[in-house]
Design a protein around this ligand. Structure first.
Ligand code: 6GU
Length: 243
């Protein structure tokens, strides 16, 4: 997978050189390039923003640097059609499902907005050269899209085939089955007066699976009632009926 990140704060993306995405790059699974949007400005002050037409507070990112950046990065017509991700608080929520979709793309371009946003024509133009996704990290406001691009990249890259040493650990984690993960324990069996639930020491794999399932459903119902679909409740009912 090739990822290009367009930002006026390239230093913000430095962590991508380390840790998980760094491992993917070392393995040759990921070609990641961070670009300073200001390299595509031509005035003395390297201006990327201006006041909004129609008035109002704040500044809007001007279209020209974005257009020049897309021209430079996407000019080769032979490559895969890119997916262009605009990180914005007015985007669709980022979820594990979206991460899985993006992990299937050959080419991602992150456009990190700042200020009050990017001139809408940049998005309209981008839709003519690639697939446009406007994505938000959640219902709160960050100063810019860089942290979102970082988070999305990490969630996507760890799903690339060959990245995980043990792909089974992917299947079991929170959100993959629509439920939050059950609590986990390791040695010692007793620690500071807290004991590991005895079922986990029983060696009875069916009972352990049933306990974990119940814990996951209970946790999800308490913390994220919005995730508890009827299908989950039905699955759970079936599990109980066959026991
Ligand atoms: Cl993607 N950008 C900004 N600026 N704020 C956010 C966000 C993105 N997601 C949540 N808040």
């Amino acid at each position: 997978m090739r990822i290009d990140v367009l930002t006026i704060f390239p230093d913000y993306l430095a962590p991508l050189e380390l840790s998980l995405p760094g491992k993917a790059r070392a393995k040759g699974l990921l070609d990641l390039r961070v670009h300073d949007l200001r390299q595509w400005t031509h005035d003395r002050h390297r201006t990327v923003d201006d006041t909004p037409y129609g008035g109002g507070a704040g500044m809007v990112m001007r279209p020209e640097p974005w257009g020049a950046a897309f021209d430079a990065l996407l000019e080769a017509p032979e490559g895969a059609r890119p997916t262009i991700v605009f990180t914005t608080p007015s985007g669709a929520p980022f979820t594990q499902e979206v991460a899985r979709e993006l992990a299937g793309r050959e080419r991602l371009v992150f456009a990190c907005g700042r200020y009050e946003g990017i001139d809408q024509r940049v998005l309209d133009h981008a839709a003519s050269v690639g697939e446009v996704r406007e994505i938000s990290l959640g219902d709160y406001v960050l100063n810019g899209g860089e942290v979102a691009a970082l988070a999305i990249t990490e969630a996507v890259v760890r799903l690339l085939p060959g990245f995980m040493g043990n792909p089974e650990s992917l299947a079991e984690e929170s959100h993959e089955d629509g439920l939050l993960e059950y609590p986990v324990y390791t040695k010692p069996a007793a620690w500071r007066g807290h004991e590991v639930p005895p079922v986990l020491l029983s060696g009875d794999h069916a009972s352990i699976a049933a306990w974990r399932r119940e814990q996951a459903v209970r946790r999800t119902a308490e913390r994220r009632p919005d995730l508890v679909h009827a299908s989950v409740l039905l699955d759970d009912l079936e599990v109980r009926l066959v026991q």
